[in-house]
Design a protein around this ligand. Structure first.
Ligand code: GTP
Length: 263
């Protein structure tokens, strides 16, 4: 009787990296830059675009939601506004996602599958279809969320804290490993963010302390974030200058390990 193949002898599945972030944080630019960087390192990379409303992408995705649903037609056919049309397009795509999974299952020679998501973050993170797509991917492949932070826009401490709370809620809701990418560090170094993450008193001291309710709330939120930061993996990068890219593969593989430990 032949022994069962050990898990280590099974072909390694590609790692799915879902790129999520506030509008304009640099998701599409990063997906393209990371795609090129991984390819230059000899890795095989597959790309999927899930933004039905994007008009320009600097790369040609292997699978593109725009080839399946026409967002403008959805808008006029169902008399919807832009956000309703994005949601409805994602719903249509979710009904066909089993076909996408079948294609992906055959891509056994791929190392990474990069997923670009809609500009409006909540279209993906708070929609039923976004959840269905994420769950479907995560049940078939090791999946890690890359939450993109716009570093220059984070200089306002309240904006920074709101964004971090959002990142925390994405992790809480998806239950997937989440990593932060502080993007656009060619404009401003991310040292101030590391300072705030390492010492919540520093962040609190720059937030408005006049109002006692806000002060108490800020303190409570800092405690939540301290716990969130304690295990959080992150990297500071620039999609334009490719600064920080040398640490990305290690970061992604740590995410894969974290996924393997949980699932
Ligand atoms: P939406 O999907 O429309 O929300 O945008 P996105 O998150 O995909 O961002 P996108 O890649 O379109 O980038 C938004 C803007 O930021 C563009 O003008 C990019 O050129 C710029 N950008 C992205 N990454 C960087 C970076 O690392 N440095 C600088 N300086 N600009 C960047």
């Amino acid at each position: 009787v032949q022994p069962e193949p050990s898990s280590s002898s099974l072909p390694r599945k590609p790692l799915v990296l879902i790129f999520i972030g506030m509008a304009g944080s640099g998701k599409s630019t990063l997906v393209d830059a990371i795609r090129l960087s991984l390819k230059a390192n000899g890795k095989r990379v597959y790309t999927i675009n899930l933004d039905p409303a994007v008009t320009y992408l600097s790369y040609r995705p292997n699978i593109d939601i725009r080839d399946t649903v026409n967002y403008k037609t959805v808008m006029s056919q169902y008399t919807l506004g832009p956000n309703g049309a994005i949601l409805t397009s994602l719903n249509f795509f979710a009904t066909k996602f089993d076909q996408v999974l079948q294609i992906l299952e055959k891509k056994t020679n791929m190392d990474y599958i990069l997923i670009d998501t809609p500009g409006q973050i909540e279209m993906f993170t708070w929609s039923a279809s976004g959840q269905i797509l994420t769950d479907a991917l995560a049940s078939s492949f090791p999946t890690v969320i890359n939450y993109i932070i716009d570093t220059p826009r984070s200089q306002n401490p309240a904006t920074f804290m709101s964004n971090m709370l959002y990142a925390c809620s994405v992790m809480y809701k998806s239950k997937l490993p989440l990593q932060l990418l502080f993007n656009k560090v060619d404009i401003i170094p991310s040292q101030f963010i590391h300072d705030w993450m390492n010492d919540s008193d520093k962040l609190q001291s720059v937030l408005d302390q006049d109002d006692s309710y806000m002060s108490t709330l800020t303190h409570s939120m800092s405690l939540v974030l301290e716990e969130f930061y304690s295990t959080l993996k992150h990297a500071s990068v620039s999609a334009l200058s490719r600064e920080g890219f040398e640490q990305l593969e290690t970061l992604f593989e740590e995410g894969r390990k974290e996924y393997d430990e949980v699932f």
